[in-house]
Ligand binder design. Structure first.
Ligand code: DC
Length: 662
């Protein structure tokens, strides 16, 4: 179910399928800038269509760079007509959203070229540091001023006289994007002398710098590198278009699907999940995630243009825990923080200090949201430890996403836990992967539900129990829940029309099911629930919308692997609208009254057939005429009239339908 401001994800049991990855964000924004600054036109097939690339495209167009095509239209490859280091517009006010991959390199390029520019972003961008880059640029004579807080955007760039006489120095331990920004832009200054860039502090996120160097090479600039400490742009370098450059699929986006393929193995239902667009030869550091996952016990296959995860390695029942150095894979590391919930021992992620200055403070956000699920987690400046969870520890939760696409995507994997999950503001994924939740739904398999609805005494309970036993599924007798709520109300003296009090009582209902018995506050109340007094109280309170709403979570929480057969009145219409099979069971009132009469007589309850028929007709009327969740077949339900069928034949028919469907 999708709403404007959240998406509800059902618990998952498996995953299988294939995903065509969107283009890499890191490659897309680097090659857009390089193409714009180079000599000649560059075609960029596979360019990512997302917020961050749109921000870069718009900025370049605003600077007068001619760009044909639209990444939203795969038929119209984007072609950038490079301006050969001379931007047509020497001034402009650029809005760069929250795209770090746009703000940092554009700052460097515009500062080196000079002009009159302002660079702004969203509020969070104004909290993300850029001082180390600005210091490096000022040191060589560029004019860059802070318009707000020193060290942070917004910035004003003026006309300077940049000259490189000695080595440029830049810090590498806060964000590798400062070094990347300089390396992408400095070829604009290359003349008769080599340009030296020295890194201060330990360089983090090195694969992203390696990516920068590889792409520069495609544009004709061969940076010489000494360890990760010194980079030299050779004299005489200039950016030249490679003509065409295909953008690889995004390796960070691949991590969610590979993790889903591995976690699908938890229930022995792991199919293969293939991501298309990256492989072992990828230039992106985050492909390392697949190797990490393999070390943790996932089965990973590699092929040309694809990577596949197919459950767990033979002999593994869960992923392994342990310490993982994430310095080289800061983005994919977020995915590991969530898969750690399904490990066999605690997982310690180290080298993640850069999380603090990303789209949000990701260490804080991760810790807060993991705890909402009931997980145990702790963190320090640059590390996070996550403990695995038992089924019983999980709590359904509404996950906040902090306007951070990766929070939304990595927490979707928590739906492999035995709870319903809500992801808030799911649209934040458009930063790098606009169709993420559609793709995720396509390759994941929710815990299956078979819904059986129908009027009272139609035989739903017997049918549900028998079908569940045949399929090895759990059963939810939702009627017993309404009856338990009614009994609790009667016991506590709550009026049957006091909607607020009944809803409060239902939210805290201490009900449990054990071997076919219903326990209320630990007492076996099974026989009491079947009494007419409780039945008619249940029917009365079942008409109250807030009471029904309060019982929803309890019902949905019964959806656990390997599957659920749910019987009631609104299983297929309201509680499990995505059920794999919906059956609407009917029989005439006379037939149902005769069955119920026999049942009551067998239980030693004296009544007459006439009384039973009258009660039952009244109950039918109330259940089908109430304003919420009135008894009605879902449009996609299969009707089944069992008046002429015995129980065995009814069960056989439903099991056959189920097998045909699944
Ligand atoms: O199926 P039952 O007779 O045990 O149900 C008891 C009452 O609860 C019934 O009158 C209707 C109500 N009910 C409901 O409204 N929705 C459900 N899903 C199940 C039962």
């Amino acid at each position: 179910m999708t709403q404007a401001d959240c998406i509800d994800l059902p618990p998952l049991i498996g995953a299988a399928g294939s995903v065509s990855l969107p283009g890499s964000k890191s490659i897309s924004n680097r090659v857009l800038l390089l193409s714009a600054l180079a000599d000649g036109a560059t075609a960029l097939p596979g360019l990512l269509d997302s917020d961050d690339t749109r921000v870069m495209l718009a900025a370049l167009r605003q600077l007068g760079v001619r760009i044909d095509g639209d990444p939203a239209d795969p038929a119209a490859t984007v072609v950038v007509h490079g301006c050969g280091a001379r931007l047509p517009r020497r001034d402009g006010e650029l809005f760069l959203g929250n795209a770090g991959t746009a703000v940092r390199p554009l700052t460097a390029a515009l500062a080196l070229l000079g002009g009159d520019y302002t660079l702004r972003g969203v509020a969070r961008m104004h909290e993300r540091p850029i001082g180390d880059l600005v210091d490096a640029l000022r040191a060589i004579g560029c004019v860059v001023d802070y318009l707000g807080n020193p060290g942070y955007p917004p910035l004003r760039i003026g006309e300077g006289r940049p000259r490189v006489q000695q080595a440029l120095r830049v810090r590498g331990d806060v964000s590798s994007q400062f070094l990347t920004a300089l390396l992408l832009a400095l070829p604009l200054l290359a003349g008769e002398r080599d340009i030296d860039v020295e890194v201060e502090g330990t360089l983090i996120s090195r694969p992203y710098v390696a990516l920068t160097l590889q792409l520069l090479q495609r544009f004709g600039v061969r940076v010489r590198q000494q360890d990760w400490q010194r980079f030299v742009i050779p004299a005489g370098s200039s950016l030249r278009s490679p003509g065409s450059l295909r953008v690889e699929g995004d390796a960070s986006s691949a991590s969610y699907f590979l993790a889903a393929g591995a976690l699908g193995g938890l229930h022995g239902r792991g199919g293969a999940v293939r991501v298309q667009g990256v492989d072992a030869d990828s230039v992106q550091g985050d492909v390392e995630f697949a190797r990490v996952l393999q070390r943790l016990g996932a089965r990973i296959e590699w092929g040309p243009g694809w990577i596949e995860a197919c459950g767990l390695q033979p002999g593994s029942r869960r992923l392994r825990g342990g310490e993982i150095d994430c310095l080289a894979i800061p983005d994919a590391a977020m995915t590991l923080a969530v898969t750690a919930l399904f490990a066999d021992s605690p997982t310690l992620l180290t080298g993640i200090a850069s999380w603090r200055v990303k789209e949000t403070d990701r260490i804080h956000a991760m810790l807060t949201e993991l705890r909402k699920l009931g997980a145990r987690a702790e963190a320090g400046d640059d590390w996070l430890r996550v403990w695995p969870m038992d089924d019983a520890a999980w709590r359904g939760a509404s996950i906040a996403t902090y306007d951070d696409h990766r929070m939304a995507m990595c927490f979707s994997l928590a739906s492999f836990g035995p709870v319903d999950l809500r992801i808030e503001d799911p649209d934040c994924v458009r930063k790098t992967f606009p169709g993420y939740f559609r793709a995720f739904a396509q390759v994941t398999r929710p815990v299956p539900v078979l819904a059986i609805d129908g009027p009272t005494a139609s035989g739903k309970g017997t049918l549900a129990a028998r079908v569940a036993a045949t399929l090895g599924f759990r059963v939810l007798d939702s009627g017993s829940l309404y009856r338990a709520a009614a009994l609790q109300a009667l016991r506590r003296g709550v009026a049957l029309d006091d909607e607020a009090a009944l809803a409060a009582l239902a939210r805290e209902l201490p009900v449990a099911w054990l071997d076919g018995r219903v326990l209320l506050d630990g007492d076996d109340v099974t026989p009491e629930l079947r009494s007419e007094r409780v039945g008619s109280a249940a029917s009365a309170i079942a008409a109250l919308p807030r009471l029904r709403e309060a019982l929803l979570d309890l019902q949905r929480a019964q959806r656990r692997a390997p599957g659920l057969v749910a019987d009631g009145r609104d299983m297929g219409t309201v509680v499990f609208p995505d059920a794999g099979l919906k059956v609407f069971l009917t029989a005439s009132a006379q037939t149902r009254a005769e069955r119920r009469y026999k049942q009551l007589i067998c239980q030693g309850i004296s009544t007459t057939l006439q009384n039973v028929l009258r009660d039952l007709t009244a109950r039918d009327l109330r259940d089908s005429s109430r304003s919420v969740a009135a008894l009605a077949a879902a449009p996609d339900a299969l009707p089944l009239d069992n008046a002429e069928l015995d129980v065995d034949s009814t069960v056989a028919r439903v099991v056959q339908w189920w097998r045909e469907r699944t």
